[in-house]
Design a binder for this molecule. Sequence first.
Ligand code: RP5
Length: 164
Amino acid sequence: MDFVSIIMGSKSDYEVMKNCADTLEKFDVKYELIISSAHRSPERTKKYIKEAEQKGAKVFIAAAGMAAHLAGALAASTTKPVLGVPMKGGAMDGMDAMLSTVQMPAGMPVGTVALGRSGAVNAAYLAMQILAINNKELAIKLQEDRIIQAKKVESDSASIEVIL
Ligand code: RP5
């Protein structure tokens, strides 16, 4: 069974990453969500990646703050796509996590998304776009979602626009 694996470095990341899980649920995409840290539980993280791959994980989403090595550690252990969501917080309010997540050495990519809720939601969308390459039903749902988003812009605008 194909699914998306979401790994958070800490329970404190859940409030933001719930938006990622909710987005996958909205599209009926299966996911697994666990807490495992690159620093506090490196062996558990490594073991989980292998088990998740065997169970059918097709894309990994890693959320971490501060030194934020989780996405990089995942990328080192799998050739499946890894998306990194930098978490806000700490002395630099996420700037450290963002740079750590995005600055991977050549040949070890992590697709890094924005800080905060937008990043969590977009990680889900990107994961689904990857799955949709081989899933026509999901591809259609994503196309329909774009139409819904465009219609919302039109209706929002109609409710407040002032045109001469
Ligand atoms: C990172 O450190 C976690 O991903 C989290 O964003 C941050 C702080 O973790 P806690 O001290 O709140 O557990 O590893």
